[in-house]
Design a protein. Structure first.
Length: 135
């Protein structure tokens, strides 16, 4: 997967929210957060097409853009890349850093506990599996 810049990601993120979309629709949505120049957005759309992140279809006098990357797949790929580059593939130093700097909320901790419990049930044979009730 080609590298996607922060500004390209912002354009792609708007497209993930609702597609297909014309350049004007994308510009309108982007402008709800900050001012974007039309030419800049069209340049970014062209870059995303060249990188294989989005496709387009010509309908009469306008182009409709559609993402080719699923948001979840992209986020997973980028998360794994970050963890590999900065933490040698280990997740715990990342989470420990957030915990030490008080960036974890109670909800985050509960969600992490749930994820770990699910992982243990699927991958660790020493964890007792809950018994299935028979009818």
């Amino acid at each position: 997967m080609a590298e996607i810049s922060q500004t390209e990601f912002e354009v792609l993120d708007v497209l993930w929210q609702q597609y297909p979309a014309s350049a004007n629709e994308i510009i309108e949505r982007l402008n709800q957060q900050k001012d974007w120049h039309e030419k800049t957005v069209k340049t970014l759309l062209n870059r995303l097409v060249k990188k294989g992140a989005i496709s387009f279809e010509k309908q009469q006098r306008r182009y409709l853009y559609t993402p080719l990357l699923a948001r979840e797949a992209y986020v997973t790929s980028q998360s794994e890349s970050l963890i590999e580059r900065l933490f040698s593939g280990r997740v715990s130093p990342l989470i420990a850093g957030f915990a030490k700097n008080k960036h974890l909320e109670k909800d985050d901790i509960e969600e992490l506990k749930s994820i770990i419990a699910s992982w243990e049930q699927e991958h660790d044979p020493s964890v007792e599996q809950p018994e299935k009730k028979s009818k």
